[in-house]
Design a protein around this ligand. Structure first.
Ligand code: SAH
Ligand code: DHB
Ligand code: MG
Length: 222
């Protein structure tokens, strides 16, 4: 089994279930042209985020890690009239590219990009009483995953869904001695989420065009 096969199958299921889309395609094109890293979620993962937001009837979504706005477009599209997505990004260039992509997707009124380190923005959101959020997508600097998860809990309500990307890292996550600070960040987060009594949680391994990784899902229960 190889990345080549995972990519071929990913292409096959994407063609079946994720029809070509102008705004998403041009977001990817503009992101590539601007030199952004191609680390956005895959089309199938984007649609999964969209469906989960729909299933949870999310009206208020918080994303941590915007990049070019690809996942934000998927999540923004899931919102009902009057719904809102706030997405946090600390790289001004990424935020600029995302702003244009979100504009082209017709979501400028729905998606708000907050520029700055997420750990600075999160306390401000709390102070503003921007929560509770119905769905969170945590997808930024992995060493802060546990901090972001704790902030998500603070800004949640029973029934909120917390989704965390990249929790398997090509399997590196099982190495307790890993020198990779992202791996250590994910390991610390996994342990914290597993021990957190206010959620029920699960993680799913994924393979596809982005290689071998995984996503975590935590449902806030109290
Ligand atoms: N969710 C996006 C991909 C995000 S990639 C998608 O799927 O389309 C991770 C992003 O997090 C990058 O743009 C990076 O600049 C941003 N980031 C990294 N550290 C951050 C921090 N401390 N605060 C806010 N954003 C951060
Ligand atoms: C990386 C970050 C991501 O959010 C992702 O989906 C894939 C890779 C990274 O930092 O390497
Ligand atoms: Mg990611």
């Amino acid at each position: 089994m190889s990345r080549e096969l995972w990519t071929s199958v990913d292409d096959y299921v994407t063609e079946l279930f994720v029809p070509p889309d102008k705004a998403l395609a041009s977001a990817l094109k503009a992101s590539r042209a601007a030199g952004l890293p191609g680390i956005q979620v895959t089309p199938s993962e984007g649609k999964l985020l969209f469906m989960l937001a729909k299933m949870n009837h999310a009206r208020n979504i918080l994303e941590i890690g915007t990049l070019g706005g690809y996942s934000a477009i998927w999540l923004g599209r899931a919102l009902p009239k009057g719904g809102k997505l706030i997405t946090l990004e600390f790289d001004a260039k990424h935020a600029d590219v995302a702003r244009k992509n979100i504009e082209r997707a017709g979501l400028s009124k729905v998606v708000e990009i907050r520029l700055g380190k997420a750990m600075d923005t999160l306390p401000r959101l709390a102070k503003e009483k921007a929560g509770p959020f119905d769905l969170f997508f945590i997808d930024a600097d992995k060493p802060n995953n546990t901090n972001y998860f704790n902030w998500a809990l603070k800004l949640s309500r029973p029934g909120s869904l917390i989704i965390v990307d990249n929790v398997v890292r090509s399997g590196a996550v099982i190495d307790p001695k890993s020198k990779d600070e992202s791996v250590q960040g994910v390991r610390k987060f996994n342990k914290a989420m597993a021990a957190e009594p206010r959620v029920m949680a699960v993680e799913i391994q994924t393979v596809g065009s982005k290689g071998y990784d995984g996503m975590a899902f935590a449902l806030v229960t109290s």
